[in-house]
Structures are given as C-alpha cells and as structure tokens.
Design a protein around this ligand. Sequence first.
Ligand SMILES: [Zn+2]
Length: 318
Amino acid sequence: MVEVKYTYNADTCKYEPVVVTPKQLWQRFVRFLGVSFLLGLAALVYVMVQLPPLDETIQAQKNVQLKAEWRTMYRQMERESERLLALERNDDENFRVILDLDPLSPSQREAGVGGREKESADIAYPLIKKGYERTEKIVNRLDIQEQSMTQLKEELQKKEKMWAARPAIQPINNKDLTQLHTIFGLRMHPILGYVRPHNGLDFTAPMGSPVYATGDGVVMYTGFSTYGNVIYLDHGFGFETRYAHLTKYIVEPGQFVKRGQVIGYVGNTGLSHGPHLHYEVHYKNTPINPINFFQRDLSNKEYEKLIELGSRATTSLD
Ligand SMILES: [Zn+2]
C-alpha cells in the first residue's frame, strides 16, 4: 500500500494529501543520482589512496624474495671468506715459516694491492652497498694472497738453487776412500817441513779415482800450482770449493757443473805425499772445515767410518 503524505493548507485550514508532480519526481531522481555519484567517487578515491596498486604488491613480494636470495648469497660469500682465511693462516703459519719469510699482518692483508677502484662508493642502496664492500675486502685479500704465493714461489726457486749449489756431498765416493786426513788448520807441512795452514781435508784414494763436484756451480779456474792440477768451483751464495793434486781435470773455466758430476781424477801432482785429493770449502773467501758439509749426505754408519778413518791419520798429505 502506497503511503500518502499530508500537508497543512493554511488557506483552507485543512490537511490535504501531498501531490508530487512529474517535475518534482525528476528533480528528486537527479538529486539521488548526484549524491550516489559523489559517494561512489569518494569511495574510489579512498581505495586508491589507502590500498597499494596491484603491481606494487607484486613488486613488494619480489623484494622479499630478492632479500632472501641476497642473504643466501651473502652467507655463501662469508663461507668463501672463511676458506680464504684458512688459506691465509696456512700461508702465514706454514709456507712462509718454512721459507724463512715473515707472516703478513692482518692490516697488510686487508690493505690489498694499490690502485683498485672502490666501486661501492657509488652504490646508494644500503644492502647492495654492504655486499659490495664485503666483496671488495675479499678481493683485496685475494690480491695479497696471490702476491704472497708468487713471493713463495720465487723464494722456493731461490732456495732450491741455493740447496743445489751448497757443497753437500763427499768429493770422493766412499768405496774409493781408503783414508781421510781431517787435519784442518795449522800443522807441520809433510814436505816443506814447516808450520803452514792446511785449509782442507785430504781424501786418500787409488790413483785415477773419480772426483765429484760437491754442489752445482761454475768452473772458476783450472790450472797447475804447488797443489798440482787444480779445479776451483764457484757455487754462488758465497761458496767456493777447490780440488787439488789431480792427475787430470775434465772441465774448463766457465763450464756449469752439477752436484755429483765427475770433474777430474785423483792424482799425486804438486807438493803431494801420495795419491789423494786435497779438498777445500771457502765461504765468503774464508776456508772452512769441509767435514761439516758431509753429514747430511751420509748414513750414521758411513759417518762413523769417516770419523774412524780420520782418527787414524795424524798428518796431512797436502
Ligand atoms: Zn791437503
């Protein structure tokens, strides 16, 4: 049932039903539409301002994923850094110690090799900047480690040369050796009959026994003197060896010789009292006792034999 509205008419002093004209009905309809439109618009603006757009939501999800992946990558980087640290420790505590090199300080290791540009300075995003700075530190340490390995390699090559050059074996094979005269220093010369320094050791061996170079080196001199036929070898690093009273030599000045190479043969030339090799070791132009250089080359038994042979002889043969 349609509700009828009434209004008071002052002229007739009666309540009369309100009659709505079509014009009024149209006006009401238009007003309703206008209000509805404004309310709708307000709702739309509210949604647009308060809620993020869809692509922004997707972007946020991607950001979360990116951060998670970045953390995984950073952890991996930290693990690699730990491995590098272990290598650095091994370098400092073992490799460098073995080769008589000082360990590198932490500040030396962090400093890196000069000239590398700091790209992290141009990065604005803090998380990426942090990762970049970490990477730069690791790269610096890698540069230093690489440099250290090069230094170790060069030092090792130098040491190998030095070890190969050092007079470290007997110049006469033990099977040929019949007696060792260990008189070193001042003693009565067996032929000249007065006191003169004896700057080497005398190895008695049959005539023609091979004489060996005791370390890698270069032939400095071959010739004849009161020591008969002689060979002088320069081993570098301050070492020289001399081989005297040879029956002959088979090397010439300037020639490179290896440790253990035959360079001549035992003889009795010069002022010599029977076939033997007179052998000298000089370090920085000073004669030193060669006996100290054989020990590492001999077994205990061989060394005892050497000492026993030496103790039997009380004179030098020059
Ligand atoms: Zn001698």
